[in-house]
Design a protein around this ligand. Structure first.
Ligand SMILES: Cc1ncc(COP(=O)(O)O)c(C=O)c1O
Length: 380
């Protein structure tokens, strides 16, 4: 057998994306323009929201949403402890305090039973994360949140659903990522969706330096000598038309990508059912998974070896693996700034230490999947 090299993730791009970038290149219009507008329109429709605003990445998307909601120093924002660092750093960039909540290790999403205790008079927003493409329990979160705005971190979850409703439609606003490890990619990139027109206007302005149409311009209409006013302190977080051209093609493939991943995720779950040391991802009822990643938990006692050793052995067999994601409260900045200890959020800590993502992406062949399944089954 030839030597295998199956990466943990690989974006699925080809001739269609290649052809799509021809138009912006030949037109000379590279930055935010008609392609971004088209991508936004299609994305909003796909996620059943009125407005979509493309930004440079999902980290910016989260920060811009929080700023548009008015989150400021002294405020608190609740975030799960097991997530990518950007969920929490977005809060810190607003000068607010991230209040961590532990996760449910069976879904990797925030543990709703622990949420109520975290809500205080200072809570300005709650950010449930749809980790690895599985929608969080948004109904229960919304019930506890009452009038506190929810911000969905849907970085991993484009195309996922809860009771037939797409992620991104359960909150004041939602943030998506198009990083190459996500289901669809534009290289780097992000998208915000919302139904709230006023919030959208602030978000749109914030992604472009806080620009707004000046009073004079409103009076006179577009004039060669007039520039926008800058009412808000904003960012340059524009997406380019080159990226949007790729995004439009990728969005058209999203359903097929998820369908394929779903088939192979279920194949893995069946193949691994007999392994007592490997807990495969949960499939809660009424939630359709987008399978951004296939993340398992390793029981080291039953395995008799450490997770890290298993990951090394798989690497030697040409199979890429990674820990699921981070226990943010254990990272240097958060540990030191907020005086946190690993045991403060024990489930997040364990997910960080014992989770293992296996390759699941749209560049894998049936032979690759069988090889991974057979190798994992015999790795001990
Ligand atoms: C849960 C989560 N939130 C936010 C982000 C940030 O996304 P981006 O890389 O587009 O800034 C990521 C990216 O990995 C993520 O996984």
């Amino acid at each position: 057998m030839r030597h295998k090299d199956i990466p943990i993730s690989k974006p699925s791009l080809g001739e269609d994306e290649w052809k799509a970038v021809r138009e912006p290149i030949m037109s000379g219009w590279l930055t935010q323009g008609s392609k971004v507008a088209e991508f936004e329109k299609l994305f909003a429709k796909r996620h059943r929201r009125k407005f979509a605003c493309a930004v440079s990445n999902c980290s910016d998307a989260l920060q811009i949403i929080l700023e548009a909601l008015g989150v400021k120093p002294g405020d608190e924002v609740i975030v799960p402890a097991f997530t990518w660092v950007a969920t929490a750093s977005a809060v810190c960039h607003c000068g607010a305090t991230p209040v961590f909540v532990d996760v449910d290790p069976s879904t990797f999403n925030l543990d709703v039973s622990l949420l109520e205790d975290k809500i205080s008079s200072k809570t300005k927003a709650i950010i449930p994360v749809h980790l690895f493409g599985l929608c969080a329990d948004m109904k229960s979160v919304a019930e506890l949140a009452g009038s506190i705005p929810l911000v969905e971190d849907a970085a991993c979850a484009a195309g996922a659903q809860l009771e037939g409703k797409p992620v991104g439609s359960f909150s004041a606003a939602a943030a998506f990522s198009f990083h190459p490890r996500k289901s669809i990619t534009t290289g780097e990139g992000g998208m915000i969706v919302t139904d709230d027109e006023k919030l959208y206007a602030r978000i749109e302005s914030l992604r472009n330096h806080g620009a707004s149409v000046s009073v004079e311009q409103k009076k006179l209409g577009a004039q060669p000598h007039l520039l926008p006013d800058f009412d808000l302190l904003g960012h340059n977080s524009r997406l380019t038309d080159l990226q949007a051209a790729i995004g439009i093609v990728q969005l058209g493939k999203l359903d097929r990508f998820i369908e394929e991943r779903d088939w192979w995720a279920r194949y893995y779950i069946k193949q691994f059912a007999k392994l007592d040391w490997l807990q495969t991802p949960a499939l809660p009822k009424k939630r359709s998974h987008a399978w951004q990643a296939f993340v398992c938990m390793v029981d080291e006692d039953k395995a008799g070896v450490s997770r890290d050793e298993i990951m090394k052995r798989l690497k030697d067999k040409g199979i890429g693996t990674r820990p699921g994601t981070l226990a943010v409260h254990m990272l240097g900045y958060y540990r030191k700034t907020f005086g946190l200890k690993p045991e403060d959020f024990p489930c997040a800590r364990d997910c960080f230490l014992y989770s293992m993502a296996l390759p699941l992406h749209n560049c894998m062949s049936a032979e690759d999947y069988t090889y991974v399944a057979e190798t994992v089954a015999t790795i001990l």
